[in-house]
Design a protein around this ligand. Sequence first.
Ligand code: SF4
Ligand code: SF4
Length: 286
Amino acid sequence: MSCGMSKATFLEEEAPRLEQWLKNNGHGQMDYMANHFDKRLDPRELVPGAKTVISLLYNYFPEKVQTSGIPKISKYAYGEDYHVVVKDKMKILWQKMTESWGEIQGRMFVDSAPVLERAWAVKSGLGWQGKNGNLIQKKAGSFFFLAEMIVDVEISEDGPVTDHCGSCTLCIDACPTDAIVKPYVVDGSRCISYFTIELKSAIDNQWKGQWDDWVFGCDICQDVCPWNRFSKPHQEPRFNYHAPLLDKSWEDWQNTTEEEFKKLTKGSPLSRAKWSGMMKNLSLFD
Ligand code: SF4
Ligand code: SF4
């Protein structure tokens, strides 16, 4: 886990960017992204008396990846649900902080809608935001979960780091749905992760055959990023490769009943897609 600190203030630079992105419907049907506009830009609206945003990164890069030719699942979903795992880690850290600093008022967030987590991680010097929208570290790539603690303790700030995307456009060129509409701007409503996880309605037929075997999420723009050559396998047993789920063939998936799906995905991020969602995703490949 790495961490960095920022002063809990209004995200001035982010405000117009977020407004424009929402205006362009970059969030598609993810209505929660448009909610709590003020809270998303100012942590003091979320946590009264907030002084510091502590940004945390937790590595999920797996040692073993799926073989080719089977339905592909994003690496972040290989193991147990990160919301639970990362929250558990944060609770331990919070306990240690109170042991050292005394009582702390604040809140913890793991991938939680009202916090602009990437902006905070960038401000805290944990990496730069790449052209694919992900937070990237020079020495460790981008396969991280992001989390935040917003606390009433004053801690000195870490400054941002420089951008090392340079003239590279590999992620933009590789995105099969042209979701990276320009460097640093991802149209969420065109992203395969959105189609296969967030979208509740049917996926439009225009997308049929547009992406290679992805049935839950997409890692393409991270897999092609040169900085991910430096990713190191995580050491978290709860994120370990869940073979009964990840080694399923197309045929296995087609024959999976709702009951089997529930059992198989219990505690996994895939449970979020529900059986009906997964069948919808698979039907794109009929
Ligand atoms: S996750 Fe996939 S679809 Fe989304 S921007 Fe990256 S390459 Fe494109
Ligand atoms: S693939 Fe290239 S342009 Fe895209 S995020 Fe990585 S370094 Fe930046």
